[in-house]
Design a protein around this ligand. Sequence first.
Ligand code: SPD
Length: 341
Amino acid sequence: MLRKIAWLVLALLVLAPAASAQQVLNIYNWSDYIDPSVIADFEKEYGIRVIYNVFSNNEELHARLRAGATGYDVIFPSDYMVEVLIEEELLQPIPHEAIPNLAHIDERFLDLPFDPGNRYSVPYLWGSTGIGVNTRYVKEPVTSWAILWDPKYRGRISMLNDPREVFGVALKRLGKSINTKDLADFEAAKELLVQQKPLVLTYDSDNVEHLLASGEVWLAHGYSGDVLMAADEDPAIVYVVPEEGGVLWMDTMAIPKGARNVEGALKFINFMLRPDISARNSEAVRYPSPNKAARDYTSPEILNNPMIYPPQEVMDNMEWLEDLGELAPAVDRLWTEVKAD
Ligand code: SPD
């Protein structure tokens, strides 16, 4: 009998740490980018506790992973950053057989050049970047990015804390592609951004909704859904994609090398791809879902809102960000100079 008890105690001691590690899932995502009720449902359904941390831009995520940050199980890099992370061997392949809900993703959003065959990433949500305008204070029509350089809005302008997006605006103003591989274009863009800086209240990617809804900022460079969440609080706020065009992006779910709970990560990814969950999440954060089957669960007001699902002619005038390759360190340096000047 005593021997049996001893074996039982030993078995519990050996199994307990493994069992408790299995119950935790570390997620690293953008801020305000998931419906909290969806996380709660996942925790309930799978008995896995989610630990949730946020980053402000792709470069911050990249820097963390490069510095050897282990412990994240699911991360949310955007398009061009997926390419960078694959190249640097910081991601692990995703076994498609473990995520049958991948079948619900619209083919238009699969097999994109940044990850052929979706070996390392699966689509989460997509969107665009434009300007959030508080029409209570900005009475003129907003048609161009140039308004973010208008001195009469000094101190009422915010820009994203996102180097590729901010350089994208300046490059568009210069009539260049956001993916130019010419360093001189980025240097000219930097000069424009330095000129703009005295007008900018803050470079912030995490609080656009609050900055706009509080009236602190009247013109906010922002991701579509964040501006639309502010518009839910104040109907005077609108989202505009300037006529020079803007940035289209796709955020993905991926599993970094060193993840401790790969099994939980796959369950989470598959759960987020479930049509009802994807629809609920997309409605809550106001970003379009790449999930075709989720449309059946999405309200017509969301599906027919051109600020959420832009019409084709607006999309045709936008660009996806691409990896800058060897130019990336120089652009990082220019960004540091913009912020420091
Ligand atoms: N609330 C943050 C939403 C994140 C949007 N992703 C941005 C991609 C930038 N290229």
